[in-house]
Design a protein around this ligand. Structure first.
Ligand code: TXA
Ligand code: MG
Length: 330
């Protein structure tokens, strides 16, 4: 892959125009959403989508989320339903991704769906993301803007640390507010939680008036490509720690002594917003990381999901073996 000079764009009209123009040409642009920075490519352009996989070093083609400006635009690409309408009204724009049956007249590249007959769609709330999507008037495929398997980016600097020279541009609009990826729900007769994320399940269940189907605790592959080892710092990670062993750094939660704290006051929303930034900072010190327990309610579900993956044993498989086995690494 030829190295490129990665442009750093501001979230003003010049920068937003440039971001949309680059995307329209099939180039890759990282941009902020309220959850994490996404690595965007035109979802109708197979070459652009393939370039996303290449830039991330993703070893196989897993389905990606198509980002659109509104529910009205989403309906051009997926088959809508009453439940979809209910969820969209309650939570869009925002950190919810819905997986719905694909419309075959939408023109989304097969590389986005990885050949599935469903499409994941999301309407991000971040004003810069909204501005780009409105200017482009096309669906943008965007996984988190990090090299495959690494910690997700919540600042433009995180994006540059991982992808500088591999993407056309990054639009810098400061840190992401939510800090963990969107909650993914399979919207069928019995709506199913496919990935916990920045929207608490309890809120979705209140709107639906029923419980979401949950995946089994040890079965992490419901959203295809969700391999256990993921969001991984370079250092070893130990969970449920109440103190640091010699040589370890401690990531705390609540009122405790530690190197960095997710939330001194035990607030899960604050903890989610700080999670990846703190992991990036601790990882830069090159020491093993111990992490305090985080409760399992509200955004704690998403935080614990990401921590469990960060601590999981790393696969030492060669990319060809992963590809042949049919499973992918995010
Ligand atoms: O917050 C987010 O969702 C961020 C920002 C950038 O929007 N994006 C993100 O994308 O996290 P990504 O590609 O890292 O995660 C997409 C997840 C994967 O686990 C994938 O397997 C799942 O969505 N997914 C995509 N299409 C799917 C489908 N048709 N059925 C089931 N899961 C799907
Ligand atoms: Mg990701």
């Amino acid at each position: 892959m030829e190295p490129v000079q990665t442009e750093i764009l501001k979230a003003d009209s010049l920068g937003l125009d440039r971001a949309a123009a680059l995307l329209a040409q099939g180039a890759l642009v990282a941009f902020p959403t309220e959850t994490v920075y996404g690595l965007g490519g035109d979802a109708r352009n197979g070459a652009a989508v393939a370039a996303i996989y290449q830039a991330k070093g993703r070893p196989s083609f897993n389905p990606l989320i198509a980002h659109v400006a509104s529910a009205e635009v989403a309906r051009r690409y997926v088959q809508w339903s009453e439940t979809a309408e209910k969820l969209a009204r309650a939570f869009w724009p925002g950190p919810l991704t819905m997986v719905l049956p694909l419309r075959n007249d939408g023109g989304v590249s097969e590389l986005v769906t990885a050949g599935l007959d469903t499409l994941a769609v999301r309407v991000p709330a971040h004003p810069a993301a909204q501005a780009i999507l409105t200017r482009l008037d096309a669906p943008v495929a965007a996984p988190s803007a990090n090299p495959s398997g690494r910690i997700s980016p919540t600042t433009a600097q995180h994006v540059l640390n991982g992808l500088q020279g591999r993407i056309a541009a990054v639009l810098d609009d400061g840190p992401c507010g939510v800090g963990v990826e969107s909650t993914i729900v399979g919207v069928t007769e019995q709506p199913t939680l496919l990935r916990p994320g920045g929207l608490a399940c309890e809120e979705i269940e209140t709107v639906l008036g029923r419980k979401l189907n949950r995946r089994e605790q040890d079965e992490p592959l419901n959203a295809p490509g969700q391999l256990l080892s993921h969001y991984a710092p370079r250092a070893q990670v130990r969970l449920n720690a109440d103190h640091a062993e010699p040589g370890e750094l401690l990531l705390g939660f609540g009122d405790m002594e530690c190197d960095l704290n997710l939330s001194e006051r035990g607030d899960l929303v604050e903890a989610a917003a700080r999670l990846f930034g703190h992991l990036h900072k601790l990882d830069a010190q090159g020491k093993p990381i111990a992490i305090a327990p985080v409760p399992m309610n509200g955004l704690g579900l998403a935080i614990n999901d990401r921590l469990r993956r960060a601590a999981a044993p790393r696969p030492k498989l060669a990319p060809e073996i992963i590809r042949r086995s049919g499973i992918g690494l995010l």
